[in-house]
Design a protein around this ligand. Structure first.
Ligand code: FAD
Length: 145
């Protein structure tokens, strides 16, 4: 008979599979996502590789039903442990299109995994730039700001 923690992990995997969400609960991936650029270490139960809003919504529904925490994650460069958590970590790096830039309104619509430098390049073509200028800009998805 599985121990309770293993049962919970099996239930989570089964629910994510049933929801049609791409996820990875291998020991290697869970270890890789257990850290960000901080000193903190928290091993998640599963990592969802989101490609769309539907994936994020589906992961959130599974988390709500099973009462497990959800942590959103871009590049994991946060330095205060913000991008690690137990339960489900949702990696948005593949959910990363620039949907449109409206030069007149000076707005951009992007998906959360857009890398800041890519948005800057696209905005620069219209003589615009997106405000923040962190040194990690070539890595982190700035769309979530
Ligand atoms: C070497 C280095 C240099 C840095 N330089 C700077 C700098 O100059 N200026 C600066 O401001 N910061 C800097 N940082 C910090 C870090 O790069 C920034 O805070 C960056 O914006 C984090 O982006 P990320 O995509 O990696 O976020 P993550 O670390 O993945 O996540 C950060 C937080 O946002 C949340 N989150 C992520 N995606 C979503 C989403 N789609 N919806 C809701 N919440 C979400 C996460 O849950 C977490 O709480 C630096 C970090 C490093 C390691």
């Amino acid at each position: 008979m599985p121990v309770p923690a293993q049962q919970a992990a099996d239930d989570l995997a089964a629910a994510l599979r049933a929801a049609g969400v791409e996820f990875d609960d291998s020991p290697l991936t869970r270890a890789l996502y257990s850290s960000d650029a901080s000193l903190y270490r928290v091993v998640p139960s599963a990592v969802v590789k989101a490609r769309s809003a539907d994936d994020v919504i589906a992961a959130r529904e599974v988390a709500r039903e099973l009462r497990v925490p959800v942590t959103m994650r871009g590049a994991g460069t946060s330095i205060a442990g913000n991008a690690v958590g137990s339960g489900i970590v949702v990696d948005t790096r593949r959910f990363n299109r620039i949907l449109d830039i409206d030069p007149a309104a000076r707005t951009a619509r992007v998906e959360p995994g857009v890398v800041h430098a890519d948005l800057q390049r696209a905005a620069a073509a219209h003589g615009l730039r997106f405000g923040p200028d962190p040194s990690s800009h070539s890595r982190w998805p700035g769309g979530g700001l």
